[in-house]
Ligand binder design. Structure first.
Ligand code: PDD
Length: 288
């Protein structure tokens, strides 16, 4: 089942259309968030909306008020009678005559897509997935900053195609310094000698909402996560590694390129349990 809201009007999938002159379509001139529900609640909703605001600020786009976005998501979800939902909230700069100049745009357009949440196959959680460190680099922060979740994902699409050709489930991009940045739609963590690490913000990443939740859980378990620059050799020498994202949660990594890892390792399993407990708590309406 799919429900789509466009500027507050609900549509079924086949009637959900926007103009070919919309700048999101023409130039990727938009920002977005992907959320999921647990029970009736959007997991990490306020963190996603904070990040949407930061992304919009980063591209000079003025968003509709937060309460209006929340109300539209709630109306869309209310029309959607399934338990766990995937919710994509997109705000484009609007449409107008062809041309890059942002003053050509009319008004921001709010699109919300709600569909059934499709988690990765169970096997991925049990056996882990292969990842490949690809040649495609993550954008430099001074170009389109990876911290901005914009509708322009071509860089990540190219990375993922390269990874898929190598038989990997996810592609890991390095930054221009050659340090590990992140996956095409995920953040990465590694564990070495019991210590948990993840690429720092200065590595040029999207600061994942799931990444932050895992760091908070790990901290509470007295296993604080170190954020730093990580080289591909350091990552490959890890005892365990895992990917995080909203629609994956935590996925263990079984191989980096062809190097096998312990999957799921002990620390990864502990965090997977803690994250599932967190999701269960969100479902009760008490997001920690
Ligand atoms: N993407 N890095 C990138 C480049 C991403 O696109 C995503 C998520 C993440 C993880 O962020 P979070 O934990 O907030 O989901 C990291 C979403 C899921 C997507 O585009 O489908």
């Amino acid at each position: 089942m799919i429900k789509v809201s466009i500027d507050g009007h609900l549509h079924d999938e086949k009637d959900a259309v926007i103009s070919v002159f919309d700048r999101g379509f023409l130039y990727g001139d938009s920002v977005y968030e992907v959320m999921r529900t647990s029970g009736d609640y959007l997991v990490g909703r306020d963190y996603h909306l904070d990040r949407l605001e930061q992304s919009a600020h980063g591209i000079g786009l003025v968003l509709p008020p937060r309460q209006a976005l929340i109300a539209s998501m709630e109306t869309t979800l209310a029309s959607f009678d399934q338990s766990d939902a995937y919710v994509r909230l997109i705000v484009t700069r609007g449409s107008g005559p062809l041309g890059l100049d942002t003053s050509l745009a009319d008004n921001p357009r709010v699109v919300i897509i709600a569909q059934s949440l499709k988690l990765p196959p169970e096997q991925h959680y049990i056996e882990g997935v292969r990842i490949a460190i690809v040649d495609v680099r993550r954008n430099v922060k001074d170009a389109l900053n990876p911290a901005i979740k914009s509708g322009n994902y071509l860089n990540n699409i190219l990375a993922l195609s390269e990874g898929k050709k190598q038989g990997a489930e996810e592609a890991i991009m390095c930054n221009m310094l050659g340090c590990i940045a992140e996956g095409s739609t995920s953040n990465i963590f590694m564990i070495k000698d019991g210590h948990i690490g993840t690429p720092s913000a200065e590595s040029g990443i999207l600061k994942g909402v799931t990444r932050q939740a895992i760091m908070t859980l790990a901290y509470a378990m007295k296993q604080p996560v170190t954020e730093s620059l990580i080289t591909p050799d350091e990552l490959k020498a890890a005892d365990e590694a895992f990917l995080t994202s909203t629609i994956r949660g935590i996925i263990p990594v079984s191989h980096i390129d062809n190097k096998p890892l312990n999957a799921p390792g002990e620390v990864t399993l502990t965090l997977m349990t803690a994250y599932n407990d967190y999701l269960a708590q969100v479902a009760t309406g008490k997001e920690p």
